[in-house]
Write a protein that binds this ligand. Structure first.
Ligand code: FES
Length: 204
């Protein structure tokens, strides 16, 4: 390759290569606009019909004529199985929880077509009702701690050796009522319903 020796050769080369650079920039921009919807295909989410959700998302993408701009893929477990099925939108990094196959249209029409978040599918921090988080990374330390506490509570309730008020005290809640409210928000069922699943009953 011939070395550029003068300023004129440099400006000539720039003019010659400019169309190529424009093409490359446009390709990069359209790549950035390409959205990927990652649908969890982990066991928990699959049992809540995440593969049907995946199919519906791709159907809705096609119906909206967005095949070149978006695609839904299956991916592995996000570690947030209690709130599955999970859909994560890239590059926006938005995280939708408890998504059903019927929500596919709202995600495509809302998020992809209108660039509007589907608020009702964003994660709601059980300790702060009404506070919804857009990104998994927005989940702060206290959200993480609450999530871990609820996982532990669920396990203890199923084991059946402690009463609800004992678990509530052990996990640092001021009252069993508040504990039960947070627990229900997080798991979708009350502590007594969890106990009933294992054949036990609550004797608070
Ligand atoms: S199985 Fe879907 S988040 Fe774990």
């Amino acid at each position: 390759m011939k070395k550029i020796a003068t300023y004129k050769e440099l400006t000539d080369a720039h003019a010659r290569l400019q169309p190529l650079m424009t093409l490359r920039q446009e390709a990069a921009r359209s790549d950035a606009e390409q959205r990927e919807l990652l649908v969890c295909g982990g066991t928990g989410c699959q049992s809540s019909r995440s593969l049907e959700l995946l199919e519906n998302l791709n159907k809705e993408i096609r119906a909206a004529g967005l095949e070149k701009k978006a695609v839904a893929h299956v991916t592995g477990c996000f570690g947030f199985c209690e709130k599955g099925p999970i859909v994560k939108v890239f590059p926006d990094d938005v995280f939708y929880v408890e998504v059903t196959p019927d929500d596919a249209k709202d995600i495509v029409q809302g998020h992809l077509v209108s660039n509007t978040l589907v608020e009702r599918l964003l994660y709601e921090n059980p300790a702060e009702p009404g506070h919804r988080l857009e990104k998994q990374s927005d989940m702060g330390f206290s959200d993480y701690v609450t999530m871990q506490k609820m996982k532990l509570a669920s396990r203890l309730l199923k084991e059946g050796s402690l009463k609800v008020y004992q678990i509530s005290e052990m996990l640092g809640f001021d009252s069993s009522y508040y504990f039960s409210t947070v627990y229900k928000k997080f798991t979708g069922m009350s502590p007594s319903e969890t106990i009933a699943l294992t054949g036990g009953h609550d004797e608070e």
